[in-house]
Design a protein around this ligand. Structure first.
Ligand SMILES: *[C@@H]1O[C@H](CO)[C@@H](O)[C@H](O)[C@H]1NC(C)=O
Ligand SMILES: *[C@@H]1O[C@H](CO)[C@@H](O)[C@H](O)[C@H]1NC(C)=O
Ligand SMILES: *[C@@H]1O[C@H](CO)[C@@H](O)[C@H](O)[C@H]1NC(C)=O
Length: 424
């Protein structure tokens, strides 16, 4: 039954593939950024060992062919690759990960800042103002592929039923895919988030993941009301919160950020000379962004909760510009909007307090509430909704403005947790 729901998604997916971008042959005077073609190379996941670590599975072409969920286009042709338009993207990289880590440690321990030597670089990144590029990237964050040995891989959750979070209940937290161009020049790390624990399962890291999520994306230890057990003891009554306490709790407990940096280090070990991009959906998008600002990588996220507060609480040194990070989300999804947090909200029912709302970098925000009369509903959070309902067709308000997607803009005036008073 689960498998058949995957199959029905694929029927949808096959419809979009017919709208593949045409190949434009360039005349000698026309220099346009190259289009890259990616193929799936590896699956990655966090192992369920007592000490969680990143595990990889290589994907062979014949495995895709024999799996029920490889992508087939409308002509019945198997599609193994994703075509992505590129554009030159300015990034800022720390001079070394060591310099970065030292600056971070100094900020953590002594609350002092150290100039991280940021180096400007220009790299081919995804053309984020091209709708079909966003669509392909969104598909690359989808769980349409399967690990042939793992029946759990099929379990993308009950997104069509009555309690669909869209946070696919993976077994052990973060997992995803690694795509590469045939010549290995560019590699995309795709990170899917977790909802481990939501359905009473989720392996040994589930409780910790949830704790982390609540530390990272709630204002004060997931204090919702008196019926809730908070995830740290920093709540000072009323609307007061001890900020240092929140940071310490996060830094002591956090698995979230190290999972991302380890994953990146592992990929650079496999692909030492490649340009690396990071993409992700939901919590995976937040992690993609934190990894991207750490290493200076092009990032695209879908429906990520606001991660700016998390970056601050983790004491990540931020480069002068984070514009190589692009968030794509829509206004009917309460998770990136930071509104999935009332006592009766579906997030709270799942044990999550998603309150952060400010994003780093630039955001492409689809106003689905005003422009398409969508109702605010956490069920619009799933990546399948983004693929099917948001990106697969032209977006009329953008089209009228002669654009393909809403204008990417930094969230300059965003205020976090305004009703709280933070001490220290
Ligand atoms: C999906 O729903 C069915 C029936 O409601 C239930 O038996 C199953 O456990 C659910 N799956 C998940 C992953 O929650
Ligand atoms: C690309 O990288 C993989 C390692 O994952 C290697 O096996 C393969 O030979 C490389 N291909 C090219 C064309 O360099
Ligand atoms: C991945 O990274 C971790 C920590 O950085 C390291 O211990 C592990 O050996 C790496 N694994 C691979 C396959 O590179």
């Amino acid at each position: 039954m689960i498998v058949s729901s995957v199959a029905s998604i694929l029927v949808y997916i096959s419809g979009w593939l017919s709208g593949q971008p045409e190949l434009h042959l360039e005349g000698p005077s026309v220099v346009s950024p190259p289009q890259l073609q990616f193929e799936l190379r590896h699956l990655h996941a966090v192992s369920a060992d007592p000490s969680p670590r990143i595990v990889f599975a290589d994907v062979q072409r014949h495995e895709l062919q024999s799996s029920p969920s490889f992508l087939v286009d409308t002509t019945g042709t198997t599609k193994f690759s994703y075509d992505i338009n590129t554009r030159s993207t300015k990034v800022q990289k720390p001079s070394s990960f060591e310099a970065y880590s030292n600056a971070r440690m100094r900020s953590l321990r002594f609350r002092e800042s150290e100039p991280v030597i940021w180096q400007d670089d220009e790299t081919p990144g995804p053309d984020v103002e091209n709708r079909l590029t966003l669509l392909e990237l969104a598909k690359m964050t989808n769980n349409a592929y399967v690990d042939p040995d793992d029946p759990q891989w099929y379990d993308i959750g009950n997104w069509t039923s009555s309690y669909p979070f869209g946070w696919e209940p993976d077994a052990d937290g973060f997992r995803g895919h690694v795509f590469a161009t045939p010549d290995n020049s560019t590699v995309v790390i795709s990170i899917k988030g977790t909802s481990a624990g939501l359905f009473g399962r989720g392996g040994p890291t589930a409780a910790k993941d949830k704790l982390n999520d609540n530390l990272l994306f709630s204002c004060c230890c997931a204090r919702v009301d008196w019926t809730w057990t908070t995830v740290c003891n920093c709540y000072g009554g009323g609307w007061k919160c001890d900020n240092t306490c929140v940071q310490n709790a996060l830094i002591e407990e956090s698995l979230f950020y190290p999972i991302g940096t380890n994953l990146f280090n592992n990929i650079t070990y496999m692909y030492p000379n490649s340009n690396i991009w990071v993409i992700g959906h939901s919590l995976g998008g937040a992690l993609a962004s934190l990894v991207g600002v750490t290493f200076g990588l092009p990032v695209v996220t879908f429906e990520s909760p606001g991660e700016r507060m998390a970056a601050t609480r983790l004491h990540l040194p931020l480069p002068p510009s984070t514009h190589h990070v692009t968030h794509v989300y829509h206004t009917a999804d309460p998770i990136p909007m930071g509104t999935c947090n009332g006592v009766l909200s579906s997030c709270a029912l799942g044990g999550y307090a998603m309150e952060s709302r400010c994003h780093l970098g630039k955001s492409i925000i689809y106003d689905t509430v005003s422009d398409a009369a969508w109702a605010v509903d956490v069920r619009t959070h799933g990546i399948v909704t983004i693929i099917e309902r948001l990106l697969s067709d032209p977006w009329p308000p953008s089209e009228e403005a002669g654009r393909q997607v809403p204008v990417p803009a930094p969230e300059n005036d965003c205020v976090e947790c305004y009703s709280w008073e933070f001490e220290n």
